[in-house]
Design a protein around this ligand. Structure first.
Ligand SMILES: [Zn+2]
Length: 272
């Protein structure tokens, strides 16, 4: 009887663990992996969005993982060159992306990128630059400093980082009129290009909202971005065309462990 109970407990544990860690998913060798980060460092007191924070030590380990397993981190412009047939896609391409443009991307991330030789891309919220994350309710996520244009130019000039648009104000695009949506996606592109002196090639939908809403996505495509990114989990098909839908990403959570990261890289997903 106790042997039976033990077997049942073992079975339940196995099922539980296999639901949490999807080791049984098919290993993928194809496609484009895009990692999605937000903030690197220690969450401030009062943060209720702790999973959007990845600690600096784990971030460094994750970048070392990419290099150890032969991944080639790309810039948006390099991916565009691949799409245009001007550059060959490396064997294991990956995009490292950051949403929102926090100052900690310069202070905590940039030194690691330079030291290890990893390229990354940051989506900026134009009107929050040099200010704070004003779209957050401070009761949920304390306000913190965003990047300055001087920091952005320093990163751009280094050759390790490129920038895309994450709209003007980080509003939910599905809650706006079509005219406002067009302003959010087109005006931010134009203004970022004026500041940086080069094309803004990629766009990320705030909250992922509107990525699959036809009118919103049409506005993003018409603005002239080569790539648009949602927050749907997974590995994107490559070659990719806009008809395939927005590029997927892999959300790297603050409470992911190293096995989660490995599962994300090999399977595109680590949990349900
Ligand atoms: Zn965002």
């Amino acid at each position: 009887m106790s042997a039976l109970l033990l077997a049942a407990a073992a079975g339940a544990t196995f099922i539980g663990v296999s639901a949490r860690w999807n080791w049984w998913r098919r290993i993928r060798h194809d496609g484009l992996r895009t990692l999605m980060y937000h903030k690197i460092g220690t969450p401030p007191r009062g943060s209720r969005l702790k999973n959007l924070w990845v600690c600096t030590r784990e971030f460094r380990w994750q970048m070392e993982y990419l290099l150890r397993y032969g991944y080639t981190p790309l810039l948006f412009s390099e991916l565009r060159d691949v799409q245009a047939g001007r550059r060959r896609l490396p064997e294991k391409p990956v995009l490292v992306t950051f949403d929102d443009g926090y100052a900690n991307n310069y202070e905590a991330v940039f030194p690691i990128l330079k030291e290890l030789g990893v390229k990354a891309n940051i989506f900026l919220v134009y009107e929050c630059m040099e200010r704070h994350n004003e779209w957050h309710d401070p009761a949920t996520e304390p306000w913190m400093r965003m990047l300055t244009w001087a920091q952005v130019l320093d990163m751009q000039n280094s050759g390790w980082v490129e920038f895309g648009s994450h709209t003007m104000k980080h509003r939910n695009l599905t809650a706006l009129s079509q005219q406002e949506v067009r302003w959010e996606v087109s005006e931010s592109k134009k203004r970022i290009e004026e500041k940086l002196g080069r094309p803004a090639i990629a766009f990320a939908y705030p909250y992922g909202a509107g990525a699959y809403a036809s009118a919103v996505r049409a506005a993003a495509r018409e603005a002239g971005y080569a790539f648009d990114f949602g927050i749907r989990q997974g590995i994107s098909p490559w070659p990719w065309t806009a008809e395939a839908g927005p590029l997927k990403r892999m959300f790297i959570r603050g409470d992911d462990n190293r096995f989660d990261f490995h599962l994300q890289m090999t399977r595109g997903k680590s949990r349900f």
